[in-house]
Design a protein. Structure first.
Length: 266
């Protein structure tokens, strides 16, 4: 199931990272699909829900999600579409497997695998080439005021979206091969913390990212999520100004995810 062409009121997603084994992943996805099939927030279109399992689990999770309205995404992709790249997975194969979304530029990829802005931009280009919506992760490394954080994360976004293919298209005056993106704002200092960033900070930075996106007409329909120790209660605390969450370990219990969907509905 593809992402909606029109931005939904709320978007909620889960990346399982590498926490679960294969059988546990499929069981979890089956439980999530069961919740989504009967939850009014999902079935009414009030919230768009996506999940990102590990590569080996993509096909069985896709099967578990049939008829649920839940969107399938991948946690990464290669910069190339084919070739001698041992261990990599291409965007073309992800598209063939039924993925609609792919996560790019997470802080862990940058820190552990040394992915810089050039690599992130090449992966965003690969996603667009293969009709995948990039979920671009951005976040400042140390806690700072909202104005400074907005400047840091929008600079990251610009570097991600203005890669070699985008520049080549601008030189030839061709229509940019771009479209809506999902931006996950994950302040690095809040990832894995006991609590998310303070609500006023989250709201201010999300507003700043949305304002930046609004100046890029080729990105119309994009949506912005908050990640970084996000969990139940945050949408309620945001009083409608936080319109999306990118969940990690807090969604390992499907009932906690159901609680977030209840928040949206209520």
């Amino acid at each position: 199931m593809a992402l909606a062409a029109v931005r939904p009121p709320y978007t909620v997603g889960v990346s399982l990272k590498m926490y679960f084994g294969h059988a546990q992943t499929v069981t979890w996805a089956t439980d999530v699909a069961s919740i989504a099939r009967t939850h009014q927030a999902v079935q009414s279109g009030l919230v768009e829900l996506f999940v990102m399992p590990t590569f080996p689990s993509l096909v069985p999770v896709r099967e578990a999600l049939i008829g649920s309205g839940v969107i399938l995404g991948a946690q990464d992709l290669a910069t190339a579409d084919s070739g001698a790249f041992t261990g990599e997975v291409s965007g073309s194969e992800l598209r063939e497997l039924g993925c609609d979304l792919v996560e790019i530029g997470h802080a862990e990829r940058r820190r552990l695998f040394h992915e810089d802005d050039t690599v992130v931009a090449a992966k965003v280009d690969a996603a667009f080439r293969n009709d995948l919506t990039p979920l671009i992760c951005v976040g400042e490394g140390v806690e700072q005021d909202a104005t400074s954080a907005i400047a840091a994360v929008t600079q990251q976004l610009a570097a991600s979206l203005d890669g070699p293919e985008a520049r080549a298209e601008s030189h030839t005056h061709a229509a940019p091969r771009r479209g809506p993106v999902v931006v996950a704002y994950e302040p690095v200092w809040a990832i894995g913390a006991a609590e998310p960033a303070p609500r006023p900070h989250i709201v201010a930075v999300l507003d700043g990212i949305e304002a930046w996106l609004d100046k890029r007409p080729e990105l119309a329909g994009s949506r912005v999520l908050y990640g970084g120790s996000a969990g139940p209660g945050l949408l309620t605390a945001g009083e409608g100004r936080i319109r999306g969450l990118f969940l990690g370990r807090f969604a390992h219990d499907p009932s906690a995810l159901a609680g977030v969907l209840d928040e949206v509905h209520d």
